[in-house]
Design a protein around this ligand. Structure first.
Ligand code: GLU
Ligand code: MG
Length: 458
């Protein structure tokens, strides 16, 4: 065999099959996405005829995107401090999907490689893949999903509905958009469970079915792409930024997680909590609870994220857990008894729409797995509003008010040994540099102004 043939990312037959599948679906252009460390979805678009070449040699991109901020400025830190160097983006063949709502287009998530065909140390999606594979080698699997809260705005910047929350009145001006969106998501293979207008002006939410973690993270990236596209056709713009209307409720990306072994959901059918998690499900929850304050810089990554993450916003401002408690960062959802076996899960409320979904999931799952390995124990659940607890009660339930700004969250994240070991020094260092720069530039700015700038970035 020619040595050049051995050095490939994909089997040529798999490339030919993927090409045929996309061509049959009428694909002419392929949008490759990667989500950077600031949570911005970056794209490269290739014509279908370049597909084989992209799957063989990749598509070039500067390594510096690892340290880009939401403002497109770079936070130079080694090895990301030079204009030299090139990343190769490869399409993940099995994840490619034609987009019937954008005729001629298909979407595919990118995997970041070095020119040597080693996976890049900065590839966020590959970090998630390896967390999932490690857990699988120990007999554990996961189901995860992101809720998508967004704000719909008219062309003149006014909100596309003015409430009341969850009302028929708010839905009516959005009927056409809603139908088009659900059909477009369906066409992209995303299983919509429900949609509704939400709590603040123009706010709208889409809930979709849980998946394996890599697919769930891919799907939230794809959902945002499709939602923006459908919104434009209806004369709307859409923002997933944590705060779009300063002072009103923000946009979360609540992350639902369940851990499984031997086909059984460990968030149910046990007696450790009431209703019952199994011992490993409770230890998994304890692992996330333990690390949460140190993960915040990834889960709530912008300076404006902390305008959303406030008490009494159902956004998870307190590290604690409770059964169906919407003010707890970790809301345990036992589910309706008839479907509990599959649906019992833990909702992590703290995550917002600017978080990189691959990194957020990877760190949450790895924290949970460490909880299992160390057999961590859960404190008693918090059923009241954590903001109203006395100091004694807070201690008993191990309630911690999460960091209140990005600078503090970044300090804690920089000290997270778990994050460092899951991400590796290079990616961890790049994230810290990006957050430090964002926190520094926010220090002299009005947070409402920052939120308005983020509106059309996320
Ligand atoms: N919008 C809230 C948030 O920022 C969540 C409200 C809800 O629970 O649906 O997280
Ligand atoms: Mg909601």
């Amino acid at each position: 065999m020619n040595p050049a043939d051995a050095m490939r990312v994909f089997d040529p037959q798999d490339v030919a099959d993927a090409y045929a599948r996309l061509k049959d679906a009428g694909t002419r252009l392929i949008v490759m996405t990667m989500v950077d460390n600031a949570g911005i979805t970056r794209v490269k678009v290739i014509p279908l005829r370049r597909f084989e070449s992209a799957a063989t040699g990749g598509v070039g991109m500067s390594t510096l995107w690892a340290v880009a901020g939401g403002d497109d400025q770079f936070a130079a830190v080694p090895p990301y401090d030079s204009p030299s160097g090139d990343l190769r983006l490869f399409p993940d063949l099995t994840a490619a999907r034609p987009l019937p709502s954008s005729p001629g287009y298909a979407w595919v998530p990118a995997v970041q490689y070095e020119q040597s065909l080693e996976i890049s140390a900065g590839c966020q999606r590959s970090v998630l893949r390896s967390v999932v594979e490690n857990a699988r080698s120990m007999g554990f699997e996961f189901r995860t999903v992101f809720e998508s809260e967004m704000t719909l705005l008219n062309r003149d910047g006014t909100p596309a509905h003015s409430g009341p929350a969850h009302s028929a009145r708010a839905l009516l001006p959005l009927e056409d958009f809603t139908l088009a969106l659900v059909e477009a998501l369906d066409g992209a293979g995303i299983d919509v469970e429900q949609v509704h207008p939400e709590y603040s002006p123009g706010q709208f939410e889409v809930a979709v079915a849980p998946r394996d973690p890599l697919t769930a993270a891919d799907e939230v990236v794809l959902l945002r792409y499709v939602a923006r596209q459908v919104a434009r056709r209806h004369g709307l713009d859409v923002s997933f930024a944590p705060v779009v209307n300063p002072g009103a409720a923000g946009n979360g990306a609540h992350t639902h997680v369940s851990v499984w072994r031997d086909g059984e959901n460990l968030m149910q059918n046990g007696s450790v909590t009431e209703p019952g998690m199994r011992a490993d499900g409770a230890a998994f929850t304890a692992g996330i609870l333990d690390e949460l304050p140190r993960l915040l810089a990834v889960l709530a990554p912008t300076a404006a994220s902390y305008e959303r993450l406030k008490p009494n916003h159902w956004s998870g401002a307190f590290a604690c857990w409770g059964v169906e408690n919407r003010e707890a960062a970790l809301r345990f959802i036992p589910g309706t008894v008839s479907v509990r076996r599959s649906s019992a899960n833990l909702e992590v409320k703290t995550v917002d729409g600017a978080a990189n979904p691959y990194l957020a999931t990877a760190l949450l799952l790895a924290s949970g797995m460490r909880g299992i390995e160390r057999r961590l124990e859960l404190p008693p659940p918090v059923q009241a509003d954590p903001a109203g607890l006395s100091e004694v009660e807070r201690d008993k339930h191990r309630v911690i008010r999460l960091p209140e700004d990005l600078a503090r969250a970044t300090e804690l994240f920089a000290g997270s040994e778990l994050a460092r070991s899951v991400l590796g020094d290079t990616l961890h260092g790049a994230l810290v540099a990006v957050r430090e720069r964002a926190a520094r530039s926010a220090a002299t700015r009005d947070v409402h102004e920052l939120a308005i700038e983020d509106r059309f970035r996320y």
